[in-house]
Design a protein around this ligand. Structure first.
Ligand code: HEM
Length: 390
């Protein structure tokens, strides 16, 4: 490769200090990750509960119904919270992100129909369960695969944008070929099990909440969520080092050299392990205190990983975007307007979340009724499937 592949960043300059924009990118991406966990991991847990429920496990049936009711909202939040990091990534890394998106081409465009079809599928299962009937697991599986496709394309784009040196040889030169799978697969697997663990955490916390009204079911849900967390954590023991090993050696040494990168690399597994331990304690004793502390620790681990992820990208792009390459053309008016709109938007989202939580707040659990043939009912009033240990 001769000469630079990437043109300099936008000569007009950034409208706000780069540090501020990077902070906002990390923060808004973190906000994207929280509902994303429910979308990706929640879809998997719902599908598994749906399948187990078909075999007559009453608790699984009920959990599948309750989780399915949340999924359309979680997809809506995932998509809405994707917009802000998309803006910041374009402002900061436009030359990289646009190029890698163009190289992905149709694979990237296909995300939009994939999201729409998945969204419809989840609505079908949540709102028209009766009509979907026995096809519910199939619809959930298709929706889950489409969501996974979207996640895979995001991961592929992230890998590609951080390696401009691959662009000419692989895509425009004689050695044209697909993006190497190796760095994408562990990155996706690492994200997948992380999101699954967070969804398991959400399920377990939900169990603690339900426990106040329904001891047996609440305990079962809390432990079932914990089982997902433990499974995801066990997978991460293999997947996380695998992902680490695919990072270029200079990036590894920069992170290991200490400072912020080293701190985040240490904090993430420690917080995650602390969270898992506390969650197990909470599920054993059904105590809300350790459950909340577990939630804080695991969300803290996620924040550390989100920060580390951004740092790794900065290090990867350093040869193409040396420090100080961004020019600043401060636009105070738009920056203030953005801050005001951001705060108003966050307040609105908070209000909407409170409304959604209110809507989903379990109405007093209907007493179990020995009714046969109720599988496939829409959530709502009426006899619930018989409650039994799953
Ligand atoms: C069901 C829908 C979605 C799924 C499953 C999904 C999944 C993901 C995943 C797994 C990542 C991390 C990729 C990685 O670092 O390897 C990611 C990043 C990202 N997502 Fe989404 N996403 C969805 C929807 C959206 C939408 C609709 C937008 C934009 C409107 C969006 C914007 C972003 C952005 C900008 C990033 C990267 C942020 C950065 O560069 O730091 N996502 N998404």
């Amino acid at each position: 490769m001769t000469g630079p592949v990437v043109p300099p960043p936008d000569p007009i300059g950034l409208p706000a200090p780069p540090g501020l924009l990077q902070g906002l990118l990390v923060f808004t991406f973190f906000l994207h990750v929280l509902p994303l966990a429910m979308t990706v991991g929640g879809a998997v847990i719902t599908l598994a509960s749906e399948v187990a429920g078909r075999q007559g496990h009453g608790h699984h049936q009920r959990l599948a119904r309750e989780l399915a009711a949340v999924l359309p909202a979680s997809v809506a939040y995932t998509i809405t919270f994707g917009v802000a990091p998309l803006l910041f990534v374009q402002v900061l890394y436009g030359v990289f992100f646009f190029t890698s998106s163009i190289i992905l081409g149709w694979l990237w465009f296909l995300m939009i129909p994939a999201m729409i079809v998945a969204y419809y599928g989840l609505y079908l299962v949540a709102w028209f369960r009766e009509r979907v009937g026995r096809a519910a697991p199939l619809v959930l599986a298709v929706a889950g695969l489409l969501i996974l496709y979207v996640a895979a394309m995001h991961a592929k784009n992230q890998v590609l944008m951080a390696h401009p040196e691959w662009w000419p040889g692989r895509y425009f030169g004689p050695a044209a070929g697909p993006t190497p799978v190796l760095p994408v697969l562990p990155r996706l697997a690492h994200a997948f099990f992380g999101l699954l663990g967070l969804a398991g955490l959400a399920v377990s916390l939900y169990g603690h909440r339900v426990w106040r009204a329904d001891r047996e079911y609440g305990r079962w849900v809390a432990r079932s969520g914990l089982a997902w967390v433990l499974g995801a954590a066990a997978a991460q023991i293999v997947v996380a080092p695998w992902y680490w090993l695919t990072l270029p050696a200079p990036i590894q040494s920069r992170v290991l050299a200490g400072g912020l990168g080293g701190g985040l690399l240490l904090a993430a597994p420690l917080l995650a392990a602390l969270g898992v331990g506390l969650l197990a304690l909470a599920a054993a004793a059904m105590k809300p205190g350790p459950a909340i502390a577990a939630g804080v620790a695991m969300v803290g681990a996620t924040a550390a990983l989100v920060g580390l992820r951004d740092l790794v990208r900065q290090l990867a792009l350093l040869p193409h975007l040396p420090a100080g390459a961004w020019a600043l053309a401060l636009q105070v008016g738009p920056a203030v307007m953005f801050a005001v709109v951001l705060l108003a938007g966050l307040a609105l989202v908070g209000y909407l979340l409170a409304r959604v939580a209110g809507e989903l707040r379990a109405p007093p659990v209907p007493p179990p009724a020995p009714v046969s043939g109720t599988a496939g009912r829409a959530p709502g009033p009426g006899p619930a499937p018989p409650a039994q240990a799953g």
